[in-house]
Design a protein around this ligand. Sequence first.
Ligand code: GUN
Length: 287
Amino acid sequence: MSEILDGKAFAAEVRAKVAEQVARLKDAHGITPGLAVVLVGDDPASQVYVRSKGKMTKEVGMSSFEHRLAEDTSEADLLALVGQLNEDPEVHGILVQLPLPAHVDADAVINAIAPEKDVDGFHISNVGLLGTGQKAMVPCTPLGCLMMLRAHHGSLSGLDAVVIGRSNIVGKPMASLLLGESCTVTIAHSRTKDLPEVVRRADIVVAAVGRPQMVPGGWIKEGATVIDVGINRVPGEGDKTRLVGDVDFASAAERAGAITPVPGGVGPMTIACLLANTLTACCRASG
Ligand code: GUN
């Protein structure tokens, strides 16, 4: 049986360290880091995330600014709000919750955020900085995965890593981060020719495709580390639903050296890293 990588406990540790530094910033310099979250429309999943972000932001002692806008908000109005937040000295981090309604050009909105306040790490400048190994704001979910991998392995140098999924939010930045750790990185996706064989070679598997339990345990190399980013809702007992990852946990846990569960694995690390990024943005802004 493999070691279970407890993201919930790890995320609580990260938040506690952030809270400690926030208190120090307040005491020594009278500065309170602030995070602005913008939500357009009433997508239920986004509402849950935004509420949870606001709650945890306050719990670590930061200021939380929530902007909830109607579904039919124009792109011009959204850009105006982003411009205002860029200029606001109390706002150190800005997050525009995705997805945005179809009539809004999400890239235009993201790229209107001041790169130094882009705590999601989605601005094209941060993408370029990360891709070239320079100091960037790093997207929160891949950053959380990397922290868990580093904590478990120490050095990742020379390990074979496979990232399944090529999204801009997780797959691509994850691959850049692993390359930065001197892993040999493969990005696999829906057109990959022999996915089982690609996964079998990997010392590290990061699954981020959003397809319930698509990676069976039989594909996992004995002793590999498995990071499951998937959060998929599937039918459960009776009329209930349950959450499962992209990896079949029960069979993968028989072979992996270490594995993240769903829920309680990578998920809680995302908001913890968002808070860490906001603290970083505040420290850089305050010199
Ligand atoms: N929607 C789902 N995940 C994310 C995220 O990490 N950041 C933002 N802004 N929106 C999301």
